[in-house]
Structures are given as C-alpha cells and as structure tokens.
Design a protein around this ligand. Structure first.
Ligand SMILES: C[S@@+](CC[C@H](N)C(=O)[O-])C[C@H]1O[C@@H](n2cnc3c(N)ncnc32)[C@H](O)[C@@H]1O
Length: 215
C-alpha cells in the first residue's frame, strides 16, 4: 500500500488533492533517500509544494521528524517505488529530480525501460523540466553493471541512443553534461558524499523537457 506522510501523519489520497490544489508549482524528487535534498528546497521556497518519493520508509525517519518540528507545510513524502506509484500525481510536476538513482530507478534512467520512463514522464506538465543525475563505471560498480546490464555511458550512447529512448517517453534531452566537483559537493547529501568520497569520477546530468504530444 502507498503511504503519504504529511507532518509525520499518514493521509489518504483524496487528502493529497486538497494539499496539491493549494499550490501552483510542484516539484517532485524520485528516490529521495533520506529527503535532505527536497527538505532544503522546501524550506527555502515556502510558496512551492515539494514531494519526495521513496520506497524505504525508514530512510525518511530524520527528515520527516524535521518537517514536523520545523512546521514545514509545503513538503510531503510518498512512500512507494515508481513501479507502484498510482496516477494521482500525473501532469502535476513543474520539475522532476532523480538524483543518484540505483536499482530499477537507475535502469529507468539509462536503459530502454519504456514502462518506467513513461511513468516518470507522465508526472510532468507540458514543458516540465526533468533532471537526472547519475554515475557508474567499471572501476567502482562492476557488479551492478553486470547484474543490471547497464550500458556504457559513452557520449555516443547518451547523445544518440538515450536521446531516442527519452523521446519515445515524450522527453526531449536538452543537455547532457558532466558535473564539476564543486557542483556535486553542493548537493550536501549523504549519497553525493558516499559515492564520491576520495574518488574522481564522471557524474552525468541530463536536463530534459516534457514535450507537448499534441504539437
Ligand atoms: C543512492 S540513493 C540516492 C538518494 C537521494 N536521491 C540522494 O541523492 O541522496 C538511491 C535511492 O533510490 C531509491 N530507489 C531505488 N529504486 C527505486 C524505485 N524503483 N522507485 C523509487 N525509488 C527508488 C532508493 O530507495 C534510494 O533511496
């Protein structure tokens, strides 16, 4: 069952509508981990609604307590995987973030997984921005690459094959760049620190835009 956490309280989906309707702009972070990234955004932008989606409820323990303690009214956590996500958030997001995904969320980001990528794409309004940040390579993640059959992240793959894969899900890739070390540091999240501690490695950022399918 999908659970929605608002100020440490679990609410029903129909109550979600009441919250969503209060905000003009909605930002979604998929695979939010401990929620720090989306918490910081929510705290600094009280006029926008932020939604963190995370399948492992225990990851959210500290930041859901902080939401309640600091009376953050514009952040909710939805406890679900993208596979189990319903269609309640479809067409609502102005921006969707996926930061340092793993598992099937990473596969949906870099492989031809139309069902999952379409689920992600459907969250956005027309022209919504989707930002995917990810990193893996043969030196640091050989087992994961083998297990999940992850493609080599060559510029040819990213700029031509992946571009076509995203297009099928109505996402137009606008740019694919390598993040600078200071940009990674700025995330300040556990995973940005864990994955990059003492390592020099390529970290990719894809910025894409939801295409209007009627034009
Ligand atoms: C490496 S952590 C990154 C967490 C966070 N985005 C950050 O930057 O700190 C990857 C996260 O993706 C989540 N995840 C993995 N598969 C997922 C899926 N299918 N749907 C949603 N989240 C998923 C995991 O539970 C985990 O919290």
């Amino acid at each position: 069952m999908i659970k929605i956490l608002v100020n440490k309280k679990i609410i029903e989906y129909n109550e979600l509508n009441n919250i969503v309707n209060k905000f003009k702009h909605i930002y979604v972070d998929l695979g939010t981990g401990n929620g720090k990234f989306i918490y910081d955004l929510a705290k600094n932008n009280p006029d926008k609604l932020y939604i963190g989606v995370e399948p492992t409820a225990s990851n959210l323990y500290d930041y859901s307590k902080k939401v309640s303690k600091n009376k953050i009214e514009n952040l909710i956590f939805i406890i679900t995987s993208i596979e189990n996500m319903g269609d309640e958030l479809n067409g609502l997001a102005d921006k969707v973030y996926i930061n340092f995904p793993w598992g099937s969320l990473l596969e949906a980001t870099v492989k031809d997984m139309p069902v999952l990528l379409n689920k992600i794409s459907r969250l956005g309004k027309v022209d919504a921005e989707f930002i995917f940040i990810f990193a893996y390579n043969n030196i640091h993640e050989p087992v994961e690459i083998e297990k999940r059959q992850l493609p080599e992240l060559s510029s040819n793959y990213l700029l031509s094959e992946l571009k076509e894969i995203y297009k099928k899900a109505n996402l137009s890739i606008l740019s694919c760049t390598n993040l600078e070390p200071h940009e990674i540091k700025n995330f300040g999240t556990l995973w940005a620190k864990k994955l990059f501690l003492g390592k020099s490695r390529d970290v990719y950022r894809i910025i894409s835009k939801k295409i209007n399918i009627n034009t």
